[in-house]
Design a protein around this ligand. Structure first.
Ligand code: F3S
Length: 74
């Protein structure tokens, strides 16, 4: 089980994560990403079908702003 959230301080609004995993990530009005389903709390477990897009996005983020955990973020 994966949980993810964005370190919004590190996000440079490159847009890759939303392009690669539109079911998981969204941008705010400044282009800074957040997780859609849990409003960037990192408490909603990723669906099985989201695992591959998540991994691709995680590897693609140029600043390492995408965070991951096996347990919910607190
Ligand atoms: Fe930001 Fe990285 Fe996504 S820079 S827009 S979190 S790919």
């Amino acid at each position: 089980m994966y949980y993810t959230k964005i370190d919004r301080e590190r996000c440079i609004a490159c847009g890759l994560c939303q392009l690669i995993a539109p079911d998981i990530y969204e941008y705010d009005e400044n282009g800074i990403a957040y997780t859609k389903k849990d409003n960037n709390t990192g408490t909603y477990p990723l669906a099985k079908e989201d695992t591959l897009p998540f991994k691709k996005a995680y590897r693609s983020c140029p600043t390492g702003a995408i965070m991951r955990s096996d347990t919910p973020f607190s």
